[in-house]
Design a binder for this molecule. Structure first.
Ligand code: NAD
Length: 360
């Protein structure tokens, strides 16, 4: 049965608008009781715009004064783990923007804290929740597509110098990485949710055009436990922007090209001879929903209503964050890196920068 959830947003910048729009669309399942921002003017303006009753300058003040079910955490990445830990200690579920933390060490802190809390941590990876991605996972799991053989995953975006003038961007300490951690993560998280466990990464990273500490381009060759192989490219220096994923299964190619969100119209299925029924299976449930925050927020509150761990839970998010750490480790040490290899004591466990970028 649907319950009414008491919700707050922490961090009232750009992405908080997407959360707020989706929360409003969720109707009376949620009551937005308060917002928080260290910049109180920004918090008050946001609260006035959206009709939120109270604003606070810190998460501590919010947790001390409000009874809450869920906090939507929309601050820059550096603050994600400390604020999520405060919420978990108060028994409040956290829906944290990507990336959920700066490192695998922080992910393990969150996992430990979640075990001791009645709350959970879910990470925003909204593209997993578009109808086409849900359908593709189901068709693949049912064996309708045959074995996954090959995939390509490209996030070719453009971010100019003004974008990186915002102090928290382009730094290891605050953003935690470049387009691998902050941009391409959307696409390869979706790829990982479809292809299952990855086994090994060989990667390189470069700083080609932006005056940042991190990479502005990275690329990787990945092998999966299933035997499938994939290429992954992440860029913020590509003037014609696009986000592409292509899966070559035994019986069909399934591909999507979009930019910041897809609908069914952005996907296509190309079956081999004898598997034309895949087209009608794919078309059976066509939808024009966009893979934005709305789809995941619905799944979040469905799970909370059922007292289940909301998606994307910490175990899945850690898998994606380990992929990021392995990509940097392989790029910066010029060696292949396997799943499970980066453990406490490894330089890439505590920071995505690890042993240091070659350009520094
Ligand atoms: N899922 C997506 O598609 C998507 C898109 C854009 C950004 N993001 C993610 O959203 C997060 C925020 O990005 P943004 O573009 O909205 O940033 P932003 O700079 O526009 O907004 C961040 C806000 O957080 C506030 N803030 C900073 N520290 C705080 C603290 N300790 N407590 C409370 N408020 C604090 C800032 O004052 C600011 O108002 C990042 O993690 C980013 O990667 C996700």
């Amino acid at each position: 049965m649907n319950r009414t959830h008491r919700v707050a947003i922490v961090g009232t910048g750009a992405i908080a608008e997407a959360h707020m729009t989706a929360l409003r669309a969720a109707g009376d399942r949620v009551i937005l009781v308060a917002v928080v921002d260290v910049d109180m003017d920004r918090a008050s303006a946001f609260a006035a715009k959206w009709g939120v009753p109270r604003s606070y300058a810190s998460t501590r003040a919010l947790l001390d004064r409000e009874i809450l079910d869920v906090v939507h955490l929309c601050t820059p990445p550096r603050h994600h783990t400390p604020i999520a830990l405060e919420c978990l200690a108060a028994g409040v579920t956290v829906f944290v923007e990507k990336p959920p933390s700066l490192s695998l060490a922080e992910m393990d802190e969150l996992i430990e804290a979640e075990r001791a809390s009645t709350g959970h941590v879910a990470t925003v990876f909204q593209h997993r929740f578009g109808p086409a991605a849900v359908r593709l996972r189901r068709l693949a799991a049912d064996g309708r597509l045959g074995r996954p053989l090959l995939a390509s995953c490209a996030t070719l975006w453009y971010r100019d110098d003004d974008y990186f003038a915002v102090p928290w961007r382009g730094t290891w300490d605050s953003e935690g990485g470049g387009p691998t951690m902050g941009h391409g993560i959307h696409q390869f998280d979706l790829m990982l949710s479809i292809l299952g466990p990855w086994r090994e990464i060989r990667a390189l990273a470069a700083r080609r055009a932006r005056d940042v500490q991190t990479e502005d381009v990275s690329m990787a060759v990945v092998t999966f436990a299933s035997g499938a192989v994939a290429t992954v490219v992440n860029s913020v220096v590509s003037p014609r922007e696009t986000s592409m994923l292509r899966f070559d299964y035994e019986y069909a190619t399934v591909e999507v090209e979009h930019l910041y969100g897809y609908t069914d119209a952005d996907w296509s299925v190309h079956p081999v001879a004898g598997h034309g029924d895949l087209l009608s299976l794919w078309d059976e449930e066509k939808s024009d929903l966009v893979s934005g925050h709305g789809c995941q927020i619905e799944a979040l509150y469905d799970a909370v209503d059922r007292d289940e761990v909301p998606p994307v839970g910490l175990a899945d998010a850690r898998n994606t964050m380990e992929f990021v750490a392995a990509l940097y480790a392989s790029a910066f040490t010029a060696k292949p890196v396997s799943s499970g290899e980066i453990i406490p004591g490894d330089p890439f466990y505590k920071s995505m920068e690890g042993t240091g970028a070659p350009w520094q």
